[in-house]
Design a protein around this ligand. Sequence first.
Ligand code: TXD
Length: 319
Amino acid sequence: MARKKIALIGSGMIGGTLAHLAAIKELGDIVLFDIAEGTPQGKALDIAQSGPVEGFDANLKGANSYEDIAGADVCIVTAGIPRKPGMSRDDLLKTNLGVMKAVGEGIAAHAPDAFVICITNPLDAMVWALREFSGLPHQKVVGMAGVLDSARFRHFLAEEFNVSVEDVTAFVLGGHGDTMVPVIEYSTVAGIPVPDLIKMGWSTQERIDAIVARTRSGGGEIVGLLKTGSAFYAPATSAIAMAESYLKDKKRLLPCAAHLTGQYGVDDLYVGVPIVIGKDGVERIVEIELNATAKQNFDVSVDAVKELVAACKSIDSSL
Ligand code: TXD
């Protein structure tokens, strides 16, 4: 059986880490694509040279032409620019919308059967725009945010309870970052919900509230420490989990930005919800009942995404 092909559109910090992880996990052959000349080629060669030591077999190629992504099974998109000081939200939207247009057209022309995972910020709007520009089926285009947000939440909860991260599950809905909605009733340690753990004296509501707040600003905390960029290890690992579920038809249930068509009362918008990812892409959108507070927070999150999409539409009239 031929190896799968994974195309990484954008070969910056997350793109390079994605390539390294995909190679170590032997998910397939890898193409690193970027508009910057030399960067994808250099990273591809560097990672390929780690192969003999690590013991993985994968072809790695750096590219500046979309033709090289031909026939990719998975495309993971990190292309774009970060928000720089003095730049308005609309300046960033304008630039990254232009990038999504180029990327969407490149994928449509050369890898129309791929499962596409968007990571570029502002995530919930960019994944919507990428889907529009590519014209791919909605179930083949998703956004990565929830897996990262819930991984951050799980890490903090495991520290708080002094238990293995393996036994901590977390449930996060809504948009990325500030507006994410952690649902603590569905977050557990080996099946024991967090509210029960509070009753058992493992923690207090105040401490859990502080963890929720820290999770919401998890991206900003890392930017503040790194100073010259944003998180890349955990974002890359999160996207790889989604890619692996598709490539291996694992049917994992993961929180991702998915296209809603009435679920949770939302229509034609990408919002973070639990989905099942298998060989057909988004195989199921999981609609759970939310309590009043979670529903209220979810609606705030949806409104923030709606506003971003409206801004995209006013920037690009073809949308
Ligand atoms: O949870 C999440 N979704 C996120 C999102 C978590 C962390 C970071 N998140 C966002 O991912 C971040 O705000 C950025 O929008 C992306 C990528 O982050 P990364 O840290 O990898 O950014 P880099 O290092 O700046 O890499 C971006 C690359 C860089 O090499 C550019 O040359 C390239 O994108 N780029 C392009 N590639 C192809 N085509 C075009 N048009 C293009 N423009 C820039």
